[in-house]
Design a binder for this molecule. Structure first.
Ligand code: PMP
Length: 394
């Protein structure tokens, strides 16, 4: 296929052929025995992928924003205080959603774009709530990878802090689950959420929420009803429980083909194994970042310690602009522009998650080199490729 292009943006990503085949199958009834079995199996597999054996998964038609909405709608009551560990645009979004449900929201922000707030800053924020009533926080949200900055947070340490201060720990894992290391139960994460189109490896359309026992308890002990109709776990919990018990059930029609596809992708993820998968994402990311550095580009994350493994966000070199992305596309690879409003025109983003392999990233680096050469940016052909190969061989 001469016009084939690689979609290397931070979601949607390239999907496995087996997953896409499931999308194209004749659609079954949502209560057909074979679909009930597939939905039940997908729910069980989600627990394994999130490493959350005691948690309750929810699979609902929607995007990652619905998953965030579900967390807020079901866990927040008017007047609750919430702390957002903010590393970019998606922290802002979580704050807005929480506010919509009546939370009093405080952001603890990174000192500069590309960094994370320190653990001490988060601890201080937890200990000195800046709420009108002085009440403590009920919830803390953490974006594991903010897709607008490619910054990764230390979820393990932050969740431990949250637990110490008895807050519900909620992780936006839209750009991380099934790519970055996340051990929901072992790390004390009360709720983790994602969407299908990223490292989970299924076309856009599924909101995935995995709620641990403390989150479910907080939901059950609400004093006020959930104000969102579609996001209400009161509606969805019996449905998820029924499918897992292999009973047909109905509240809103499930996106049948997406759930068939999800089950295929989860099976592939578990076949690879979570540890191997985390390691593959680390290795691929190191190679991309080595190539970007060799090509003379800085990155938005201020250090390797806070850089995500699921995407890379290089600043354009001096004299190079966004138009280079068109040349890179001509060379066969689709990359994404910037997203953070304060630096949007100064950087671009390369997604490398899900089924991504070493040939994909060599194609990406090759296309970037060609794009740069076409606009006259002086770099020796093969410089980035050599750096990537060296990192892969290490
Ligand atoms: N959180 C993060 C970290 C994301 O990257 C995204 C999507 N880019 C979202 C939330 C929102 O997900 P969606 O676009 O699927 O609504």
């Amino acid at each position: 296929m001469k016009d084939r292009q690689l979609l290397m943006i931070p979601g949607p990503i390239e999907f496995a052929p087996e997953v896409l085949r499931a999308m194209g199958m004749p659609t079954t009834s949502h209560v057909a025995p074979n679909f009930v079995e597939v939905f039940g199996t997908a729910l069980e597999r989600l627990r394994e992928v999130f490493l959350a054996p005691e948690a309750q998964p929810f699979v609902v038609a929607g995007s990652g924003t619905l998953a965030m909405d579900m967390a807020a709608a079901n866990l927040i009551e008017p007047g609750d205080a919430a702390l957002v560990v903010n590393t970019g645009v998606f922290g802002d979004r979580f704050g807005e959603i929480l506010q919509r449900y009546g939370a009093e929201v405080t952001h603890v922000r990174a000192p500069v774009i590309g960094d994370t707030p320190s653990l001490d800053e988060v601890r201080t924020a937890l200990e000195t709530p800046s709420t009108s009533s002085g009440q403590g926080y009920k919830m803390m949200t953490i974006t594991q990878v903010d897709t607008s900055t490619a910054v990764a947070t230390d979820v393990k340490a932050l969740a431990a802090l949250g637990r110490e201060h008895d807050v519900l720990v909620v992780v936006d894992g839209v750009c991380s689950v099934a790519g970055e290391e996340l051990r929901q139960e072992a790390w004390g994460v009360d709720l983790a959420l994602t969407a299908s189109q990223k490292a989970i490896g299924v076309p856009p359309g599924l909101a995935l929420v995995v709620a641990g026992p403390r989150a479910m308890e907080a939901f059950r002990s609400r004093k006020s009803p959930v104000v969102s109709y579609y996001a209400d776990w009161t509606k969805w919990l019996p449905i998820m429980e029924a499918y897992e018990a292999r009973q047909p059930s109905y509240f809103g029609t499930p996106p049948v083909n997406l759930i068939w596809a999800l089950n295929v992708s989860l099976e592939q993820i578990l076949e690879e194994g979570m540890e191997a998968r985390f390691e593959r994402h680390r290795r691929i990311s190191k190679a991309v970042k080595a190539a970007i550095a060799a090509l003379g580009m800085a990155q938005v994350p201020v250090s390797a310690k806070v850089a995500a493994n699921t995407l890379t966000a290089p600043y354009f070199p001096d004299g190079v602009e966004r138009s280079v992305l068109g040349h890179i596309k001509e060379a066969g690879v689709i990359l994404a522009g910037g997203l953070h409003p304060e630096i949007r025109s100064r950087y671009f983003r390369i997604g490398h998650m899900g089924v991504v392999n070493t040939s994909d990233i060599l194609a990406v680096i090759g296309a970037i080199e060609r794009g740069l050469a076409e606009i006259g940016y002086g770099v020796d052909a093969g410089t980035g490729l050599a750096a990537a190969q060296e990192a892969l061989a290490a």
